[in-house]
Design a protein around this ligand. Structure first.
Ligand SMILES: [Mg+2]
Length: 390
């Protein structure tokens, strides 16, 4: 089997990232979304979503490459290759783009391509990805509703109650207005905890940009980050996530050592070399590789082993289309300890339309992990054609 085409598909929608004051559902990136399609001469195709700057990613995959190694496009590196050679092709993509790549957009595209190759491998062998990765240890996993902070305590309480009514036993609120007003931050978390009751998990993602993402201001200091963890413990928060500058490994380790609340992070970390340092430095209790950014399943499977050896949990970051949820569930099925799947309840019309999925929330708040080569996800090619702009 040979790869015949690598197609970056840029889609445009009409919604923007948004969280309201009320309980009304928030919206993830609804203006632009990139997905990639890898085609083969045997009719198998692999699809994956990418969280990146789409127009630049299109150039990295299908633009004009240069003759010298390190300046190749990812597409020219893959066409003609055997898609089943996932490990070898990961190295080829990394080296072939190393001069301009290694992290950022190139690594995000490499991640998506790697996931798509795993999908082709599953289809070619008739064996689900989880089995290819080493075998299913879990058939189901607790889902947490993943959304943005609402602007008022009433909005937080309304939103939290709505998730409880839908059957969720865990909810994560992130970003939005959090960090702009310490008094209000506390009221927002308190309202969520009260509405969820003591039995359900409340996870908090304060964001690491200065003072939330809507207003410039200083970043929290190390002491302020410790103080944040201390007051979040008052509300029995299950973890505090990704709240420190992603390059400040030493600060993560220090805050974790002092925090009464488990520290979760890793969605900004990429390549197994960086995960080795991040986990080895003792930065987190919960490592959160994002399969569309970290280097794909080829890297994430190694991170799973590192996490197990370090005695910490792995919960993939997955806040995009259900293609990413599907790939994440396949990895989760293989973990020695499967705590949660992140379930994006804030999908825009664009992220929701690309990949309808058969995931259903069961009465106990769990999702069954599909044991099929399609991961329980269907790519809607008519929707994609209708929203494609390149
Ligand atoms: Mg996060």
């Amino acid at each position: 089997m040979r790869i015949t085409a690598v197609d970056p598909i840029l889609l445009q929608g009409s919604q923007t990232y948004h969280a309201s004051a009320s309980g009304t559902e928030a919206t993830d990136n609804g203006d632009w979304q990139l997905i990639i399609k890898v085609s083969t001469n045997e009719g198998l195709t692999g699809w994956a979503d990418v969280e990146t700057l789409g127009p630049a990613a299109v150039a990295i995959i299908a633009g004009q490459g240069m003759a010298i190694l390190g300046f190749k496009t990812l597409g020219e590196l893959l066409v003609g290759e055997n898609p089943l050679d996932t490990e070898r092709l990961w190295d080829k993509l990394y080296i072939g783009s190393a001069y301009y790549g290694r992290r950022g957009i190139a690594m995000q595209c490499l991640s998506a391509l790697d996931n798509a190759l795993w999908s082709i491998r599953a289809q070619a062998t008739g064996v689900p990805i989880a089995t290819l990765l080493g075998g299913r240890r879990h058939d189901r996993v607790l889902a947490y509703a993943s959304t943005l902070f609402r602007e008022t305590p009433e909005g937080m309480a309304d939103a939290a109650r709505a998730y409880v009514e839908r059957g969720f036993r865990a909810v994560k609120f992130g970003w939005g207005v959090f960090g702009q007003d310490p008094g209000r931050d506390r009221e927002l978390v308190a309202a969520a905890r009260e509405a969820l009751g003591p039995e359900r998990h409340l996870l908090v993602d304060p964001g690491w940009y200065p003072a939330g993402w809507t207003r410039p201001g200083p970043m929290r200091s190390l002491r302020e980050n410790i103080a944040l963890c201390e007051w979040l413990a008052d509300y029995d928060v299950g973890w505090v996530e990704d709240f420190i500058h992603p390059e400040h490994f030493a600060e993560y380790a220090t805050v974790r050592a002092h925090s009464p609340v488990p520290v979760a992070a890793g969605e900004q970390v990429a390549t197994h070399w960086e995960f080795e340092r991040f986990i080895g430095d003792g930065c987190v209790d919960v490592i959160q590789p994002d399969l569309s950014r970290c280097g794909g399943l080829t890297v994430a499977r190694r991170v799973a082993q590192m996490a197990h050896d370090a005695g910490i949990d792995l919960v993939p970051h997955s806040w995009l289309t259900h293609l990413l949820t599907g790939y994440s569930l396949q990895l989760i099925a293989t973990l020695p300890r499967a705590r949660f799947v992140e379930f994006n309840v804030s999908q825009s019309a664009l992220t929701r339309g690309i990949a309808p999925a058969r995931f259903t929330l069961e009465a106990d708040g769990c999702i069954a992990i599909p044991d099929s080569v399609d991961m329980g996800v269907r790519v809607d090619e008519d929707f994609i054609a209708a929203h494609r702009v390149n």
